[in-house]
Ligand binder design. Structure first.
Ligand code: AVJ
Length: 321
């Protein structure tokens, strides 16, 4: 291959379902819900980027500073000639910090459900890292998946799962996901960003920003359903509601129906009572200790952990075996 401009390859997992199926199932439940992975169409991804730049959303800039500050140590832990596998390729700004510090990285394999996003990733990185093998894979990392090995000598893998995306999963599911990632990494370690338990007011502010961007991000699920599935949601008929559930250590996001209304979706009618919530996201927070405990139960050996002075966010290096 004389070019690293790979075309995103699709890895289908059994049981993969569509936005339509998932939405219909979620709205049929007695407690209505929409799966949070559907936030990230093009408009949603742009809104999420805007969230990351909000003054209240400390997560992104704190994690980036931690990655930059400890890049050399992280690179040493990742080892020589590794294949960096990113689960849910989010911000290119983050992986560039790793790629710039890494020792002779052989390949970068971003996994994402959006093929469009992956094409963008490849185009953006190819010119700056000409020696790097780019292997964008369209895949849902929440489902079991096997990544084919690179040809030639055994290339060690290093996983990268930044942004505290792990927080979207309930603890049992998070542990199961960590187990699957460990299997995918085949003995390689995992670098993972985890948001920390803190003053509830600070957490509340991060998900209830003054500019209302998080509200738009939440309501984009309805806008997307209207555009892609021909639904007739009135986005103004729902309120963004994101309380911190201190007992469960998580932010919970809902769209709350502001009136009694009905919505038609794929030829089916759904009734919403006034005040009825539709659950759209959980964002679990951990202590450094509680996260390391969970990682250990998932079969990892928690090694290094880095945090900022205010203990807002943490980055962990988990070894396999
Ligand atoms: C991308 C899942 C880490 O939970 O903080 C941001 C998503 N939701 N604001 C988070 C999100 C509302 C974000 N994660």
């Amino acid at each position: 291959m004389d070019t690293n401009l790979a075309r995103p390859q699709t890895i289908a997992s059994p049981g993969q379902n569509s936005f339509a199926d998932s939405l219909l199932n979620g709205l049929r439940k007695s407690s209505k819900e929409i799966a949070c992975k559907y936030f990230y169409d093009e408009a949603g991804s742009r809104l999420f980027d805007a969230i990351c730049d909000l003054p209240e959303y400390y997560q992104t800039r704190t994690e980036m500073a931690l990655l930059a500050r400890h890049a050399a140590e992280i690179a040493a832990l990742m080892g020589d000639g590794a294949e960096i596998v990113e689960f849910g390729a989010g911000s290119l700004r983050k992986v560039r910090i790793l790629l710039d510090a890494a020792r002779n990285p052989r390949a970068y394999t971003p996994l994402d459900i959006s093929g469009d996003y992956l094409r963008h990733v490849v185009r953006s990185l190819a010119a700056d890292y000409p020696a790097l093998i780019l292997r964008p894979l369209v895949a849902d990392f929440t489902l079991p998946l096997e990544i084919p090995h690179l040809p030639g000598a055994d290339t060690p893998r290093a996983g990268f799962f930044p942004g505290s995306t792990i927080g979207n999963f309930k603890p049992d599911a998070a542990m199961a996901l960590l187990r699957r990632m460990r299997a995918t990494l085949g003995g390689g370690g995992l670098l993972i960003g985890v948001d920390l338990v803190k003053d509830p007011a600070r957490l509340h502010a991060a998900y209830n920003d003054a500019a209302g961007i998080t509200a738009l991000f939440n309501k984009n699920l309805l806008v997307r359903a209207n555009r892609e599935l021909g639904a007739d949601f009135d986005p103004d008929g729902f309120a963004h509601y994101a309380p911190y559930n201190a007992a469960a250590h998580r932010i919970e996001m809902y769209l709350v129906s502001l009136k009694r209304q009905s919505v038609t979706l794929c030829g089916q009618r759904f009734e919403f009572a006034q005040g009825e919530p539709v659950h759209t996201e959980d964002s679990h927070k951990y202590t450094i200790e509680s996260f390391r405990e969970m990682a250990a139960r998932a079969g990892f050996n928690p090694r290094a952990v880095w945090t900022d002075q205010d203990r807002l966010f943490s980055v962990h290096w988990l070894e396999s075996r």
